[in-house]
Write a protein that binds this ligand. Sequence first.
Ligand code: GLC
Length: 453
Amino acid sequence: MKTFKKSIVAIIALMATINTGYSQNTSDIKKLSDDERMEWWRDAKFGMFLHWGAYSIIGGERGDQIAGGGAEWAMDKLDYTIEEYEKFPRMFDPQLFNADDWVKMAKDAGMKYIVITTKHHDGFSLWDSKVSDYDIMDTAPFKRDIIKELAEASRKQGIKFGVYHSIVDWHHPQAQGNLFPNYNAGQKDQTVINPEFPEYYKNYLKPQVKELLTNYGDIDVVWFDGDWIADYTTEMGKEMYSFIRELQPNTIINNRVDKGRKGMEGMDMEGNFAGDFGTPEQEIPATGIDEDWESCMTMNGTWGYKPDDTKWKTSEDLIQKLVDIVSKGGNFLLNIGPDGYGRFPAQSIRRLKAMGEWTDANGEAIYGATASPYDMPEWGRYTKKDGIVYAHVFDWPEDGQLVIHKNIKLKKATLLVASETEISTNKIANGTVLKLPKEAPDQSVSVIRLELR
Ligand code: GLC
């Protein structure tokens, strides 16, 4: 990934001298170095993923059928033909949608950025797209540019704004559309190539991406998906990456823009691939990885709204997952699937609130922190920042004795939430014993601040 980035910079510099045709004045924008560009993202740690679209009306149900897995795949999983499915965009009228409220809920939860589905695999676009009639303005009664409202609300409230965009398009005739006009079981071979796909890429996918990157101010993250289809090639991916860099030199692009991703594990295989960060999906790497990565995850088991899915992770589990990820050097992109009216599920709101309370009290040990330099302890995780190591205790010791790593040269230990009282310590052969109060200060994760000598 890294070598590719260097050559890309050279190519962009060259292109900038021969091609100044794009509407945005990119020449005025200072091009940051790779590290400078990634800085806010590396510090941010926690973001909100939003899966929202016409499928949010369906809720993964059709008659007595319930879609397995993610309900955003309703068109495919519930065997809707293109024609049958089109009625959902035509009734998409989420009157309860309020961009300010959504952004505020993300912000209050301690999230520093949001990434919203601008177009999922079903092909329906949530913004005012000039190259498509299958969008919020032309097809839906709602006729409000959702991407514009969210971009503006994010900027106003000081949150970074990102766009998810699927390369897959089950609706467009030059993508998957005319291969599967009756999009039903048995016709879903994703290895079948549409010979007209390069036309879709050139005249639809790229122009749509360009709209998103020129009409909504700074786009902080571009989050591609659908990289697996055989129609899409690594040449297209690399070209797309440079195309975006030229439009917005400092945006951050995930690795699904190219074809290097190793399945759900999400990091790139060996080779030259475009993309600024890896995208583990529904999983957290076992150990730290010395590259940029972000785990995306659902609160229950679905990305799109699905009332039948009641397998909610507990708030405690989600907080521990955030800590686990930060201790391994990654970011956490946690999903919300709002319903067809524009509401967040109550279960999600409760979890966001719990995470907000926790990050509010313990954010010092999360934002801007780096991976643990020590082996993972049995009782929890470590993070590190500016000469301080944070011990995140998942399992509070019943006897009040916590052993910390022998390489931690301790000056002073305190509870993060009660920094006045110094914790007494005792050196032993394999580390230092901290003498903790009987009760854990936090039920999910209690943080101990370890000042180093
Ligand atoms: C998968 C699914 C998709 C979801 C994405 C999020 O690739 O196909 O529905 O949007 O994961 O990472």
